[in-house]
Design a protein around this ligand. Structure first.
Ligand SMILES: [Zn+2]
Ligand SMILES: [Zn+2]
Length: 731
């Protein structure tokens, strides 16, 4: 940017605040002036609010009325590249800039003065009176030569009460000092030796190191199954980035995977990186935010919002499991962290590594189009990494309605138990049964607030709505016909499957891995470790098991319902089923033992099921790409989803129709409009939902058209309009 970067006292500056006002406000620069990008505290009505200096003020009003910036915060100013990035994301996702600034300042207490704490270190001389406790304190301090301790750390280490330490301060034997509470993270040493890499891994690592060393934007798709050493390879890219003195960001899709990953980073670089996700305390969040800005954090492991941290010199972004749906933020600012990572990298000449065993069609297509480089890692166990896959045709099995494991699958499980090996039964459905039906009147128990059926969770002894989280106890009598004792579960969830398995394999040790059965990430981790160590014969799991955990003794995967993901109208249904089935099947036979995957299905001739069984990945992608190209849908066309919601169905529908009648701005850019129609989930939390769908060519300026289009209709306060550019889910 060639504009002014410093504003002397009294000049007008435009300040963007985090408040819901969609424009910047003019203030006078404070005493000492301020820079563009400075984080400031400004008066707004009676309050003081957080803001960022966005540029020169517009003026055009009586300058004597302008208020002054109250305070410039003692944190690194926002860099130009970050401001441009936020503006670009705002324009792309049609999000107000203030909401973007909120995303970029999501750490508490940024306006407070730096928080201090007292620390203690060795002073001079000996205590006036030597006691055993005092000697122990000095012993600890001497042992750690010169290091400072907090009062609690020192008291704990010496096994004394804090008063013993305090008593030594007036004598000068111990120094008490104030230091900032937000301390830098331990230094990561990129020169430390990494794990030994195989030939293919080494070649990939060299390619990535070269990309990082170039200090220019590039994106590489790193494709490799879990056993292929993908993490070791991209950690070499991190090493190169750190060696260049730049910062690295690794995005992970699941908090449960972070702990394991932190350990690997510590082994590789000798210290732990900073962590940024919903499980991190508020104090720690503030520390991460400040240290990333002050250069006291070389590497961050985080969830998608880590993209908006104030990196000063970001050189590498790794998006691990890049195909994972959780990278799409589904409320608030609707953005895809994978796509925004690529955008962010273009502003700061950084390298992007998209890692996956089962890449998204978007990334596959970007490789085909020459936009991304592709690196393939074979498994270190050779080509035998995918297990033998077979379909079990349920049409010929004649299972009773209360059983879900076919005899063929049961025989395979029995065989594994005999060999002392593990089996995984996969069912992507939490709870006991997805539907509870009244055998007297046919009524199905639904959520009172949503257009969704309640799922029975026997473990919790409740019915749960998976849309809104509402729960209620299982009633004795049917809520519709009041007949007692006729409510029956229909279909399986993992809890019901566990019941059947325990009955059919009474001597087997069974573990159920489902996110709602564990109180904490730690409990879940412990369960995963127990399974990996072989303390289980049969694992029953939801999607949770598909994500990266390594069970070396697992040689059989049974998919209870391979057809589940193919239902519904989602354009990515085939892609997701293909990815999920491959990930789950890939759990079998990670070590020397070759695995088998058996897929129970009612439609073994379905092209997706056939592609999964044949293991022809490239063939699947080419066929899927051709279909999407024909249909003009992503990644070969653009889409935007509009959801209108409100308490009154007729009112919401009227607005939807009014929008449809004024589709001129959309037609001008060649876009088509579909709807309004009730959304697939037509009511959530008591609000009726109507959706409209826009389809356009890939190059159409869809955002401008959509803004102009929705701007024509005034919304009543009770109606909410949500725009989702590049929607990932269609509910
Ligand atoms: Zn009934
Ligand atoms: Zn609900």
């Amino acid at each position: 940017m060639s504009q002014t970067h410093f504003f002397p006292e009294g000049t007008l500056v435009a300040v963007l605040t985090c408040e819901p006002i969609d424009r910047s406000l003019d203030y006078k620069a404070p005493a000492g002036g301020c820079e563009v990008g400075a984080f400031v505290e400004v008066p707004l009505g009676p309050r003081k609010v957080l803001g960022c200096v966005w540029g020169a003020g517009k003026g055009g009003f009586d300058l004597s009325k302008a208020r002054s910036v109250s305070n410039v915060l003692d944190v690194a100013p926002m860099r130009d590249e970050m401001r441009l990035f936020l503006e670009k994301v705002a324009d792309y996702t049609l999000t107000p800039r203030a909401a973007m600034l909120r995303l970029a300042t999501r750490a508490p207490g940024l306006m407070n003065p730096p928080s201090m704490q007292k620390v203690y270190r060795r002073g001079a001389g000996r205590p006036t009176r030597e006691t055993e406790a005092r000697t122990r304190v000095l012993g600890v301090l001497e042992e750690y030569g010169g290091l400072s301790f907090t009062l609690k750390e020192l008291a704990d280490a010496a096994g004394v009460t804090p008063s013993v330490i305090k008593g030594l301060v007036p004598q000068g034997v111990i120094f008490e000092e104030d230091t900032p509470r937000d301390l830098p993270y331990g230094r990561l040493d990129p020169a430390q030796a990494g794990k030994e890499l195989s030939g293919a891994q080494d070649a990939a690592a060299r390619a990535l190191r070269g990309a990082v060393a170039a200090q220019a934007y590039s994106t590489t798709l790193l494709k490799g199954v879990t056993g292929s050493g993908k993490t070791e390879v991209y950690l070499e890219a991190v090493a190169e980035c750190l060696a260049q003195g730049r910062q690295a960001l690794v995005l992970l899709p699941e908090i449960a995977l972070t702990a394991e990953f932190l350990t690997r980073v510590e082994e590789r670089f000798g210290a732990k990186p900073a962590e940024w996700h919903s499980g991190v305390t508020m104090t720690e969040r503030r520390r991460v935010w400040k240290m990333v800005g002050a250069g006291g954090a070389q590497m961050v492991i985080g969830a998608r919002s880590a993209l908006y941290l104030p990196f000063q010199n970001l050189g590498l972004i790794v998006v691990d499991e890049e195909h994972d749906q959780s990278y799409k933020q589904e409320d608030g600012v609707l953005y895809s962290a994978r796509d925004m990572a690529v955008l962010r990298a273009t502003f700061c000449s950084a390298t992007v590594v998209l890692a996956s065993a089962t890449p998204s069609l978007e990334s596959w297509a970007n490789v085909e189009a020459g936009k991304y480089t592709r690196l393939d890692l074979e498994s270190r166990f050779g080509p035998a990494v995918m297990p033998d896959m077979h379909a079990l045709d349920l049409r010929s099995e004649k299972l009773p309605a209360t059983r879900f494991v076919s005899d063929a699958l049961a025989r395979a499980v029995t065989k594994r138990i005999g060999l002392g090996e593990q089996s995984l039964l996969f069912l992507n459905r939490r709870g006991y049964a997805p539907v509870t039906i009244c055998r007297a009147c046919g009524h199905q128990i639904a959520c009172d607030h949503c257009d969704a059926r309640m799922v029975e969770h026997r473990f919790l002894k409740r019915l749960v709505c998976h849309q809104c989280g509402e729960t209620k106890p299982m009633p004795e009598a049917c809520p519709s016909c009041q007949v007692e004792g006729r409510l029956a579960p229909v279909g399986p969830g993992v809890e019901r499957l566990a019941e059947e398995v325990t009955e059919r394999f009474p001597d087997a040790k069974v573990s159920v891995l489902s996110s709602d059965l564990f109180g904490s990430a730690r409990a879940l981790k412990a369960a995963i470790r127990d399974i990996a160590e072989g303390d289980t014969d049969i694992v029953i799991g939801t999607q949770l098991v598909a994500k990266g955990h390594n069970f070396p003794n697992l040689t059989l995967v049974g998919v209870i319902d391979a057809d589940l993901g193919l239902q519904g109208s989602d354009l990515r249904a085939a892609e997701r089923t293909f990815q999920l089935m491959r990930q789950v099947a890939g759990r079998a036979g990670r070590s020397e033992k070759k695995g088998v995957a058996l897929l129970q299905t009612y439609q073994p001739e379905h092209p997706v099921i056939r592609a999964i069984i044949a293991g022809d990945e490239e063939g699947f992608w080419r066929a899927e790409a051709a279909e999407r190209k024909m249909a003009g849908v992503p990644p070969y066309g653009r889409m935007a989803g509009i959801i209108l919601s409100g308490p009154d169905l007729a009112q919401v529908m009227d607005i939807g129709n009014a929008l449809a009648r004024r589709a001129g701005p959309l037609h001008q850019v060649g876009a088509q409009l579909f709807g309004p129609a009730p959304a697939p989930i037509a009511r959530v939390r008591g609000r009726h939902r109507i959706r409209l769908l826009i389809k356009a060519e890939k190059t159409a300026p869809i955002q401008r058209a959509v803004s102009a289009w929705v701007g024509q209709v005034k919304l009543p306060g009770s109606v909410r309009l949500q725009i989702d550019i590049d929607p990932q889910s269609f509910w």
